[in-house]
Design a protein around this ligand. Sequence first.
Ligand SMILES: C[S@@+](CC[C@H](N)C(=O)[O-])C[C@H]1O[C@@H](n2cnc3c(N)ncnc32)[C@H](O)[C@@H]1O
Length: 640
Amino acid sequence: MTELLWDGKYKDGKKQGPVRIALPFQTIETVNESAQERQQRLEVFASGRKTGWRNRLIWGDNKYVLPSLLPEFAGRIDLIYIDPPFSTGQDFSYLATIPDYERTSQDEDAITFVKEPSILEQKAYRDTWGKGLDSYLQMMFERLTLMRELLSERGSIYVHVDWRLNAPLRLIMDEVFSPENFMCQIIWKRSSIRKAASNKWLSVDDIILVATKTREYTFNTVYIPYSEEYKKRFTEKDERGYYYWIDIGTYSEDRLAKLKAEGRVRFSKDPRAHPRFKHYLHEGKGVQPDNVWTDIVPINSQAKEDTGYDTQKPEALLDRILRASSNEGDLVLDCFSGSGTAAAVAEKLNRRWIICDLSRFAIHTARKRLLTIPGIKPFVVQNLGKYERQAWQMAEFPANGENRLEEQRQREAAYRTFVLDLYHARVVSGNGWLHGVKSGRMVYVGAVDAPVTLPDVKAIARETWKAVGGKESGISKAGADILGWEFAFELNELAKQVAAESRIDVAFKKIPREVLDKKAVDQGDIRFFELGALSLQVKQKGRDVTLSLTDFAIPIDDIPDDARKAIKHFSQLIDYWAVDWDFKNDTFHNQWQSYRTRKEPKIKMESTYTYSEPGKYLVVVKVIDILGNDTTKTVEVEIK
Ligand SMILES: C[S@@+](CC[C@H](N)C(=O)[O-])C[C@H]1O[C@@H](n2cnc3c(N)ncnc32)[C@H](O)[C@@H]1O
């Protein structure tokens, strides 16, 4: 077999395969599940039985997501569509928008600015393109190897590429799927831009390489409407409609008898000639497309489905692929999902779906897009959360203690020193809850695998006070910075209030995901942002509870100076917010949400809910800002 070689494919004579750690997924949000379904699922879960299927939107690098899907989905995915990044420049930066305050219609005055890639996204970019085409091909080889394992025996894969990568990827697909399983390449005419004289042929095509797992694969004939040119042939008309006479070709006696009975047959004087029959326009199903697709227009800013995501592909393209290579109920995967086109189409065609993207902005765009589909089935948003961090801690901080407990202690100490160092804090020892000190404030470093909770804050406040010398110190107020990967829901003003009562000023800061990346740590200045601050007003009237957003602040460093000037009101920073009216300590459920879209840039600032039963309820509000970061806040309401 012909084999493509690239730098890094072999090491010591051995082909380098993909990473194969399988990490468990964490559900961070459940979208669109009714209160009744939620209750049923909680009961099924409590009984130890398996809960039913939920479509999945996964935020993470597919390098880890694909191997983590293997234990559950090896041989069970029916169709994979991927559209990996192939234009080297614009992979991870995107246009963020500050909506114009007070405008309600198409927002022409909105200010946009380029949100540069996060360090994590830059890392993926380096992983992919760090060594140019060689590293890109290795990345694709590894991913395709895992995708083949995920495909079912009747499954197919569609790989969307452009003219720059078509040739090497075709060879890699042959290597992974074998040449016999290569079905064809589809040429999609993606552009009809007419440029003036140029010194070369314009490339207006994208290529979609299609392979199957075996020779027995799902394939349904799809039809597209007749062209106007073809329709012109139907020149005659009777009471049934437009038709033209056509040679009957091969036919059975029954068919001929039926056509005759309908008065649709004409015999020639020449006995050797076939009879002709009336071929009606309305009876044709359309034409079966070949592998050159010129009838699907690319997304433009006027398109109804436009989400503003740079590389978004048209739904019509995915619609054709999904109809041909999957059936209702089948499972579709896209692990470079961008704005979520594959999931949107799978949802509309009644297929199940799993999609994944590394970019926080992509996940947010896809979530909003999916929510606009009427009757969308509930889905979950997942990531690898603490498991990714645990795996990182194990790999980065080796230990050699006498027993496992001692090893764990060493690892945690090394991890905390590492984080304190990045935070430019000095390590202090001898305290259970305080790990460092910076500019006169005590510093706590949250564990990799647990959120910071209210009891933690109480203990930190107590120890901070002790550390500064207690009552005798003469100090009136002490400060503590609490660094955490995650913060428990109840941790908002309540925690600050509790701490303030003990005369401690606390600041909650998120440990950024970039910390997981050694190279990013070496290169960049890691920033710990304070949690976004959200203020709410709650009004109660009988069983009606009305929540209004009254203030919101995010760290502004990420917004360039000139864009900052456009912010006149806090609401311009909010892109989306959702409410779980009855949080049950499971996952956050979007029971209500309001968000901006390109066509509908206005967002509501108030939401009302009517409780059917008296009781105490925990209400969780989740806000996603214009940069895709989320902030949650909890309030308790009591219905009498
Ligand atoms: C060309 S876009 C896909 C666009 C998509 N087909 C659509 O219709 O919106 C490629 C996507 O791959 C994502 N991506 C790149 N490297 C990735 C990785 N290692 N893991 C997961 N997603 C990745 C990027 O964030 C980007 O959204």
